[in-house]
Design a protein around this ligand. Structure first.
Ligand code: BGP
Length: 485
């Protein structure tokens, strides 16, 4: 029997991924308005719970706007990419990046979301970024909305809970498609669209306590995002020939805790609850299995005439997703729980976890890729994966992050095997190639980068950039098109 050797295809998009609110800083420069991310306060670890870290209440908003709050807002500071993008992009180019994912901070373009005219300084900033990337032949992959709903839309319509937000989003999308038509081919409508049902403020600028029925508001907001994504896809295809729109899911693959059929069923239900989002985006309709969930939870999605047709006519071109870990499902959950990306899980005895409790499961990535490809038969794009870890800077300035290399190489290996299984995968974007502010904790010390940024959780540091051991390693991975891991 001859050995089958899986390989990455030519033109595979190797690179990294970021979000505007986690890197840019300059939160009020050049006409930028406030967005949801600008309201997320830094809460020290011992005072933080998963919900308090990213959800924001009316009372918090009041305190923040009146100046009463004394908290820090790390997502307003980022890592000063706004002023250092040239240096940062040069470093990514040195690693040989083929693609770089970033988001446009919506409130740089429309400061309140509903303004009549776009802000030229904001548009110019992203022109500069795309031009800089083009110098090095780095393909931009642009997220339209990465937890950055303009606060003006929250104030006026309670963010995505209001139907009006659809039109403002589509106008914003049209504005940037037109402006960057010759510069950007790959787009993503909503980062981790499942976030709105977990943290509606972060995911959609929806303040829960403003709603009579918060559960209803989440799913109504989600429906508006689905429609907005389809309408943006329509516009993209009209404005940019060959433009590709992807949806984006935080894939949370879950295994049955035991072979007990009750656990197997529960795992299937949990997987459906996660794949529901991509089902709508890709198949263009709500899956039947959600009827029961909506009925049991008293949710009635209000649709306007034509919504169903819009979803059906303009599905996405590719499926992108984040993958950090896998989870366990049990019909009678008992036992040790561990934290995860967006949701907690029971502990899997076969897996190690990161220092933040995220269960490391490279084979699970191969499973996830096969599942998604079987289900949709659309190109896939892994646009986030990585290990959040504490790094130690040695006296000579070096950083030996072998744990990161080990995590990434094991995942890349499984990705290669999935390609060997027949999966059509466009590329791999490691999360946070340069250290950035953590989404869930607003920490700087939870680092993902190949490039270290000198800044700590309290906001102190020179912001100087330096190369970790993983920098040279990833350069070789890209150079060898994934042959050397
Ligand atoms: C995803 C988000 C990113 C991000 C990443 C890592 O959910 O799309 O914005 O930061 O997770 O999460 P964290 O920063 O919480 O470790």
């Amino acid at each position: 029997m001859s050995q089958f050797k899986a390989k990455f295809p030519q033109g595979f998009l190797w690179g990294g991924a970021t979000a505007a609110n986690q890197i840019e800083g300059a939160f009020d420069e050049d006409g930028k308005g406030l967005s949801a991310a600008d309201f997320v306060e830094y809460i020290p670890k011992n005072e933080r719970t998963k919900d308090t870290a990213i959800e924001v209440t009316s009372e918090q908003i009041r305190r923040i706007l009146s100046g009463e709050s004394t908290a820090r807002y790390p997502k307003r500071e980022g890592i000063d990419f706004y002023h250092r993008y040239k240096e940062d992009i040069a470093l990514l180019a040195e690693m040989g990046f083929k693609a770089f994912r970033l988001s446009i901070h919506w409130s740089r373009i429309f400061p309140n979301g509903y303004d009549e005219m776009p802000n030229e300084a904001g548009l110019q900033f992203y022109d500069n970024i795309f031009d800089e990337l083009a110098k090095y032949d780095i393909e931009p992959v642009v997220t339209l909305s990465h937890y950055e709903t303009p606060y003006g839309l929250t104030e006026k319509y309670n963010g995505w809970a209001g139907r009006e937000t659809i039109d403002h989003f589509v106008r914003y999308a049209e504005t940037v498609f037109t402006r960057y038509r010759d510069k950007v081919k790959y787009w993503i409508s909503f980062n981790e669209i499942n976030m709105i049902t977990i943290s509606p403020f972060t995911g959609g600028g929806v303040v829960s306590d403003k709603e009579k029925n918060p559960e209803q508001a989440k799913y109504q907001g989600l429906h508006h995002q689905f429609v907005a994504s389809s309408l943006a896809t329509k516009k993209l295809h009209e404005i940019i020939p060959g433009g590709q729109m992807g949806c984006m899911l935080a894939r949370m693959s879950t295994y049955p805790f035991t072979p007990n059929p009750e656990d197997v069923l529960k795992a299937q239900q949990d997987n459906q609850a996660n794949l529901f989002f991509t089902d709508v985006h890709a198949r263009g309709e709500y899956p039947k299995y959600m009827d029961r969930f909506f009925a049991e939870n008293g949710i009635e999605i209000v649709k306007e005439t034509g919504d169903d047709e819009i979803l059906k006519q303009y599905p996405v071109d590719y499926i992108s997703f984040s993958y950090y870990m896998s989870m366990l499902s049990s019909a009678s959950p008992e036992g040790e729980v561990t934290e995860g990306n967006l949701m907690n899980s029971l502990k899997n005895p076969y897996l190690q976890a990161s220092e933040w409790g995220w269960q490391i499961d490279p084979i699970g990535l191969r499973v996830a890729l096969n599942d998604l490809y079987d289900r949709y038969q659309l190109p896939l794009f892994l646009v986030e994966n990585g290990l959040g870890a504490y790094d130690k800077v040695e006296e000579d300035g070096s950083i030996h992050d072998s744990y990161r290399i080990s995590y990434l190489s094991k995942h890349i290996e499984q990705m290669r095997e999935a390609i060997g299984d027949g999966v059509d995968l466009m590329g791999y974007l490691a999360w946070g190639p340069i250290d950035l502010v953590s989404m869930s904790t607003s920490e700087m010390s939870k680092r993902y980068g190949f490039i270290y940024v000198d800044k700590d959780d309290e906001g102190e540091g020179t912001l100087a950039r330096s190369r970790k051991d993983s920098f040279q390693w990833y350069k070789e991975v890209i150079e060898s098109n994934g042959e050397i891991l």
